[in-house]
Each structure stands twice: as C-alpha cells, then as structure tokens.
Design a binder for this molecule. Structure first.
Ligand code: ADP
Ligand code: MG
Length: 688
C-alpha cells in the first residue's frame, strides 16, 4: 500500500481515546497517513551517556540511585526534592514541581534513569525540567537513543505522541515505495518504509537527517511532476488564435506624455512574442514598485484587443482595481476600448447587464478583483489575463482564470522578487521578465529614521511639502485603539492630525473596515488633490499610484515587515519630484526591528530588500509563503533544500519527457499516487 492511501482512522491505536483523538485532530491528524507523516519538530539525542559532572556539556543522561526525599514549601505549594547520586558519586537534586507522584515512583534506594539539564543553584546541582524513569536495579545503563520531539497541543503529552507513533509504525509502517527505484538509487535515497522508521525512531541524528532528506525530496519531486505536467499540457496542443496586433498600443504610446523605458520596451516585445507563439503565454513580470508595470500590461492587453480578443486585469484589492480602472478610463477609453469594472461590491442590478455584455463580447477589457473569475462570469473570447500583485493570489485562483477562456495568455505581475528556488517551486512553469530600471527622472526616495517623541519635527517637514502643493500618507499599524497594546491607531491619529497638527489642510481616512464607497471617494479626492494627506493602515500598501504624493510617514515602523515597508515606501517617489519616507520607531524596536529600519534606510533596491528579508526571516518563513500560496510542504524547504529541489526538478522533467502520460512502468505508480490522493491538493483557501 502507498502511504497516502493509509486512511485508517487513529482510534485503532491503543491509548487513542476520544479525548486524545480530539487533540490529534487539532494538530490536523486524522488518519494513519497523517500521523506517520507528522514531522518531529526536533530530536533529543539520548544516545551518549553524560554523567552529572558533565552537566556543562549538555543535558545529563545517566543512571543514578535515589538517596533521599525532601520537601520544601507549604500546603498546596509543597514541592518534592529527590536527591540522587550517579556512578561517579556526584550528588544532585531533582526539583519535582507539580510532580508529587514521583515520591512513590522513585523510592529511596531505587535506581532511576535521568535525562535533563542541570545547573548550580543555591549551592546545589539541580534540575527542575527532567525526565526520570525508574530503572531495573543493578542493570547496566543503556542509552535510549534519539527521541523525536513533536509539536504538541494543550493536553497532549510528548510521551503519548511517542507511544502512538511507535504503534503506528508497527501497524502501518511497511508502506510501498512511490518514487521510481532508479531515481531513488541515483539520488541515494532510502526506501519509504525505512524513511518513516528513521523519522520517528532514528538510531542516530544522522538517520533522522537522512529520513528528512528522503521525504523532502519526495515532496519536491511530486511538486515538480505537477508543475512539469502543467507546462507540458500547455504546450500539448497549439492554440488557434489571431496574431496580436500592435496598432492600438502604438496609438497609446504616441499619446503618452513620456516615453517608455528600455526595459518596458524589451518586456513588451517578450510579451508580444509569446502572444504570437503557438502556445498560451505564462509569464511572470517582476519589477520594483513604481517601475511602470501597469502600462506594459495595458499595452500587451491592447495587442489582444486589437486582434479581436477580450482582456481581463485582476487586482488583489478593490482599491487597487478601482485605480487601474480609472487609469484605463484615462488612457484607453480615448482609443475606443470598451471597459467594465467588476468586484464583489458591484450591485446585482449593474452586474447582470455587465455579465451579459461580457459574454456577448461587448466589453474589451474587464478590470476588477477575483470576482472577474467567479463562476457566473463568462467571456466571449477571453484572450489575455493579467494578474497584478500576483503573490496575493493562490494557485487555484490562477487556474480558475485559465479555465475561463480558450486557454488565454497569462501575465502575472509582482513587485516582490522571489528567490529562484521558490520560483521553481511555486511558479516552475512560468517564464520570467524583469523591469530593472525606473522611468527617467525618478529620484530615489530619501529615507529618514525618527524616534517616537521626535515626530513633531517630521510633521513640520511634511507641512512644508503640503504647503508646496504636495501630498502625504501617514500609516499606522492599527485601525482603532486597542486596550492591549500601546500603539497609535489610524482613527485617533486622523483626528489628531486633522484637528491639531494640520488644521490648515484637508485630510482623509482609509482603512479596511470602512465601506468601499467611502474608501474610493477618499482615494479619488486625494488623487485629485482635494485632500492633502491620507491617514491609513497598510491598505495603501499595494499598488496605489498618486504621483504628487511625496511624503510617506510610517509610525511604529518596527511593527511592519520589510516587504510591507518597501511596498509602502513605493507609494511615493512616483514622479520627478523628490520624495521622502519617514520611519518613526518606538521603544519596542528590538533587534529585528532595528535591522529592518536600517535596511530600509540603506537601500531603495527592492531586489536587495527581498534578499535581506529572506535572510532575516529565514527559510521557515518562506515555506510559510509557499503554504499560504498554495501548497503544503511538511519536510521540504525550498530555500534550505535548493539543491534537492534542482535534483527533483531534473528527475521529474526527465520522467515526464520520456512518458508525459506517466503510464509507463515507474510512472504508473506516480500517477496512481498523484491521481488518487494528490499530496499537494491545491487548496482553495483565499489567500489575498
Ligand atoms: P508599478 O510597477 O509599481 O505597478 P506603476 O505601473 O503604478 O508602477 O507606475 C508608476 C507610475 O509611473 C505611474 O504613474 C505611471 O504612469 C508612471 N510611468 C510608467 N511608465 C513610465 C515611463 N516610461 N516614464 C515615466 N513615467 C512612467
Ligand atoms: Mg502596480
């Protein structure tokens, strides 16, 4: 049997009563397969004996004799102290907080096996967090080996988990191999059953590492088979479609008050080439905040529209979608392009005729949120799809888009550069274009750090900018006052900035809890210059484009992640005006926070910032990203296991190329596993 098919419920295990089952469920463990694939978060190496005198080297691991019992404290607080002495004659105390029962388990004169960290306190060598197990008297000490340490939940003890896993291994551990034998041999990977044994009951730390490597490889391999299959499928049948036509794009370019940057031109040519090719395009466009991705997307869409197709542009927030719609109205309507806006907030009365127009083909370009791809939306001839800030969407949403048209060209845009290893994991089937340079005349944003308490000086600086007709954003971590944390909130600061600090200017408030219509009206007034400043939460983080804004003030900057800070700063510096970003930090800065604001002060380069972000957050967090995006990786970490990933990718592609349908000898096992219980079922969970 394959591991993934082990659907036996866990109540078959001794000791798994209703209470324990409930706790296991809380950890997402329902079946034999779930349990066997539950990765220990760590291991405790009890293979080497360490006597009490060696307490400075690590946890003591020895056998000792109980010499005496002692109590201290009073009443309910009475605590047992068990005095022990090991074979070398070293004495120490086990301080048994909340473990009075040890009095009976460890009688004076008995032998006990002890594992735990000891230290000198009040003149005695002692430990209060230890494992003590009665030992057979006179028996020689034999170390326990390496014990797995599992993530737990309230009421579930480490010992219980270990017992359950030991049983599970005996009952179900003899699973069949899934990886093709040739791949296993070539990569030096152990068999699956062996990997499970070494994961939960390793004889040494290196066995545990070997198990992880085998299981991680397998995850990455499946992932690459899936990604590779998708890429092959896209290239299987050529699509019949009219060639892209550049007349409208040329017309737009001629009307622009500026000229395209060289990178914009290059990317546009790449897109046009894809669109003229035999297969649907699948391309990721990366470019730092403010590099002018939107315009490129519009121009590519015009190629599709001029050829008689429809295009759709999807943004992660309504605010951003509206802004794109406004830009399109300004730039594209004069060319005769018929536009529509669609979001979850478009009322039924307006929605019906809009959907009808879309399905008749009376709309050329639809702009909106993920509502663009809900079930009741049909396109007549959807030819080109753009996903802005694509990292905010899940893979499944991506697939839904592809399903709408007759395999439309797909352009994904992102200002957050992804490390190559992660790109291969999640977007392994995409080609990549990059805009590196900023439009001409842009000045790097000048970033200043200010300590909370000095923000008055920041406000004075902003006042001069506002007086000169510029605009400013003020960003806060909270919407409203919270009793639990001492943080400034957007609502109170809006009142304060409007009433006391800048009574001579008009301001507006934007946060996620306000009605869409209000947000939109505020944003529009700010764009037109009727409002001089906006007080907001990080809702203004993505995509908002108001070129006259020159000041970004972020208070409690230490509360924001590096990527968010960079995105926020990207809201200014969008014209030839000199812009400024003020990061106001408070007492609670911390080392991490300090490194983040320093990184922000040091560079404006989004690619460098993304790298620093990666270094600071560590690979664990990146896996987190992958999880949120679409997949569940229990063992593999695309960053740490970059080498393994490349190997898995090469192997998966070789197998697919030899046998795209996976019906051959080795492949049929793969297909059985992938089809029956897709290990990477792409989850629908909304992520944006
Ligand atoms: P992003 O890449 O962050 O999505 P946008 O597409 O919002 O950036 O563009 C930022 C601003 O730069 C917009 O106001 C846009 O009109 C302007 N812009 C785009 N291309 C150019 C260019 N070649 N020269 C000058 N300004 C440009
Ligand atoms: Mg953008």
């Amino acid at each position: 049997m394959f591991l993934r098919e082990l659907a036996a419920p866990l109540d078959a295990l001794r000791g798994a009563g209703p209470a324990v089952l409930k706790r296991l469920a809380r950890l997402g463990l329902y079946t034999a397969a779930d349990l066997l694939l539950f990765p220990p978060r760590d291991y405790e190496d009890r293979s080497a004996p360490i006597p009490l005198s060696g307490f400075g080297r690590g946890p003591v691991n020895c056998q000792a004799t109980v010499m005496a019992h002692d109590w201290f404290g009073f009443g309910r607080m009475r605590t047992l102290k068990v005095w022990i002495e090991d074979g070398e004659g070293t004495r120490a105390a086990l301080v048994c907080f909340n473990r009075p029962f040890l009095e009976r388990q460890l009688p004076v004169g008995s032998a006990v096996r002890v594992f735990g960290r000891f230290e000198y306190k009040y003149g005695d060598l002692q430990s209060s967090s230890f494992d003590a197990i009665p030992a057979a008297d006179g028996a020689a000490f034999s170390p326990e080996g390496v014990l797995p340490v599992y993530p737990l939940t309230d009421g579930l003890a480490q010992g219980t988990m270990r017992k359950l896993l030991a049983q599970a291994l005996r009952l179900w551990g003899a699973v069949d191999d899934e990886l093709p034998a040739a791949v296993r041999a070539a990569r030096g990977l152990c068999r699956k059953a062996e990997a499970l044994r070494m994961l939960h009951a390793p004889a040494s730390p290196s066995e545990a590492a070997e198990a992880r490597r085998a299981l991680a490889y397998e995850e990455l391999f499946y992932l690459q088979v899936m990604v590779g299959r998708r890429a092959l499928e896209r290239r299987r049948d050529p699509v019949a479609r009219a060639a892209p036509v550049d007349t409208l794009a040329r017309e737009l370019e001629a009307r622009l008050p500026f000229s395209l940057t060289a990178d914009q031109r290059t990317v546009l040519a790449e897109l046009a080439a894809d669109m003229a090719g035999p297969w649907p395009m699948a391309r990721l466009l990366q470019g730092d905040v403010g590099s002018g991705k939107t315009l490129v997307a519009f121009m590519a869409a015009l190629h599709a529209i001029a050829a008689g197709g429809q295009a759709a542009l999807m943004a992660p927030t309504e605010l951003l979608a509206r802004q794109h719609a406004d830009t399109a109205a300004r730039l594209l309507e004069p060319l005769g392009v018929r536009l529509a806006f669609l979001s979850g907030n478009v009322a039924d009365a307006a929605r019906k005729p809009l959907l009808a127009a879309l399905s008749r083909g009376d709309i050329d370009l639809a702009i909106g949120t993920h509502a663009l791809f809900s079930e009741d939306v049909a396109y007549r001839n959807l030819r080109f799809v753009v996903v802005d800030e694509q990292h905010r969407f899940g893979v499944l949403q991506r697939l839904a888009m592809g399903a709408k048209g007759n395999r439309p060209d797909l352009l994904m845009m992102s200002a957050t550069p992804i490390p190559r290893s992660l790109a291969l994991t999640v977007y392994g089937d995409l080609a990549v274009s990059v805009i590196r340079t900023m439009p001409e005349g842009r000045k790097p944003v000048v970033t200043h750090l200010a300590r909370q308490g000095n923000e008055g000086r920041v406000y004075e600086f902003v006042r001069r900018e506002l007086a000169a007709g510029r605009r400013a954003y003020f960003v806060y971590p909270l919407v409203e006052r919270s009793d639990r944390v001492e943080l400034k909130d957007a609502e109170a600061m809006y009142r304060r900035l409007r009433g006391e600090v800048f009574p001579e200017f008009r301001g507006g408030l934007i946060h996620a809890r306000l009605p869409e219509a209000d947000k939109r009206a505020t944003m529009a007034a700010f764009t037109r210059g009727e409002l001089s400043f906006i007080v907001a939460t990080s809702v203004v983080e993505v995509g908002v484009d108001v070129p006259e804004a020159t000041c970004m003030v972020i208070e409690h900057a230490e509360r924001f992640g590096l990527a968010a800070l960079h995105q926020l700063r990207g809201r200014v510096g969008r014209s030839t005006l000199q812009s400024y970003c003020f990061l106001v930090w408070s007492e609670k800065l911390g080392d991490e926070g300090k490194r983040r604001v320093m990184a922000m002060k040091e560079t404006n380069d989004g690619f460098l910032i993304a790298e620093e972000d990666l270094r600071m957050r560590g690979p664990g967090e990146i896996t987190g990203t992958a999880q949120a995006g679409s997949l569940r990786l229990a063992f593999a970490d695309p960053v740490r296991d970059a080498g393994l990933l490349e190997a898995a990718r090469a192997d998966a592609l070789a197998i697919l190329e030899a046998d795209p349908s996976l019906s051959g000898a080795d492949g049929s096992v793969l297909r059985a596993v992938l089809d029956r219980a897709s290990p990477f079922a792409e989850r629908t969970a909304a992520t944006g």
